[in-house]
Design a protein around this ligand. Structure first.
Ligand code: ADP
Ligand code: MG
Length: 327
């Protein structure tokens, strides 16, 4: 099973940012309201993610690290209706096979926290009593210490940290109700309080995407025939740093989709922002029956049942919003 884990790790764990993604998704699945992320040396030396979610019981602790052990699917039917972020039970097994991992957790109705540590090859893990508030902390040290070939592919500390930040950006925009705190090498990078109203959400977007974006954007909030679009569209600037500022969520999941990109590009073009690069943070909500969100964890694909309808809705919504603020 160990070799299998290390091979699987190649798919799930490409770099520190992929570890962060998996661990954050677990915390969100556990209904955390606050997540603290501490990173050292671009995540290569240390990633520590602490949440106040439901926790893992003593008896499930070692199971959580086993391959294909998941608490999120109970039968085949569940597989079709999966709405939690992770469901294959692969992440923790993979991560633990290529790092030094410590998992500490306490469930709500338990007075005692429990801890288990693994070190790459050493999968037989001793469970020990520990001290920890309700919730879970995952500590991942020395990523790829036992797979030097993979470690060699890591980029500089700064590049790896940039990737980590991007993962947190995407997830924190999808979860305004959750607080996030991020440090790198002991220094606070940002603190995101729960954003429950319009002003607080705009403030979070400003912190996550930069004040340049939020100051030069217009809010959108449109509902029509069961479709709703909410968020911010940027007035195009030539600023290169904003080139990747394109966040589109369908029913809470970030997607990259040709149809969406096309509708947005066309709206920009037709409001005379020709040749400029669209920037946006947008949330589309629609009846889940009208959309297939590809459940493959590393893809961000989506398939709309009524493509034309969605395209026209996006196009007209953006066209209207941009025309209102046309200089
Ligand atoms: P998956 O998320 O696909 O189920 P993982 O390997 O990511 O698989 O996690 C294995 C199991 O460990 C999860 O199903 C869940 O029960 C438990 N788990 C992992 N992280 C947390 C967390 N932060 N809080 C509560 N439970 C967790
Ligand atoms: Mg998971």
């Amino acid at each position: 099973p160990l070799l299998a884990n290390q091979i699987a790790a190649g798919e799930v764990v490409e770099r520190p940012a992929s570890v962060v993604k998996e661990l954050l998704e677990n915390s969100l699945d556990a209904a955390a309201k606050r997540i603290d992320i501490d990173v050292e040396q671009g995540g290569i030396k240390l990633l520590r993610i602490r949440d106040d979610g439901c926790g893992i019981s003593e008896k499930d602790l070692s199971l959580a690290l086993a391959r294909h052990a998941t608490s999120k699917i109970h039968n085949l039917e569940d597989l079709e209706h999966v709405c939690s972020l992770g469901f294959r039970g692969e992440a923790l097994a993979s991560i633990s096979s290529v790092s030094r991992l410590t998992l500490t957790s306490r469930t709500l109705n338990c007075e005692q926290a429990w801890q288990v540590s693994t070190e790459g090859q050493q999968m037989n893990c001793q469970i020990q009593p520990s001290a920890h508030p309700n919730g879970t902390t995952l500590e991942v040290r020395d990523l790829f210490f036992n797979t030097p070939a993979r470690r060699k592919f890591l980029k500089t500390e700064k590049t790896e940290f940039d990737h980590i930040q991007e993962v947190i950006r995407r997830l924190s925009l999808a979860h305004f109700e959750v607080a996030f705190h991020l440090t790198h090498n002991g220094k606070t990078i940002f603190t995101l309080h729960p954003a429950l109203d319009e002003i607080a959400r705009a403030r979070r977007v400003g912190i996550v995407c930069g004040s340049e974006f939020i100051n030069q954007s217009t809010p959108i909030s449109i509902e029509k025939e069961g479709l709703s679009l909410y968020g911010w569209v940027g007035f195009p600037t030539f600023s290169r740093s904003q080139a990747d500022l394109q966040y589109f969520y369908v029913n809470g999941r970030m997607v990259r989709d040709k149809l969406v990109a096309h509708a947005i590009r066309q709206a920009y073009r037709d409001v005379l922002y020709n040749g400029r690069h669209p920037t946006f943070v947008l949330f589309l909500q629609l009846n889940p029956a009208l959309v297939d969100v590809n459940v493959h964890p590393t893809k961000h694909e989506v398939r709309f049942r009524e493509a034309r309808l969605i395209h026209d809705f996006l196009y007209s919504s953006l066209h209207r919003a941009l025309a209102e603020v046309r200089p």
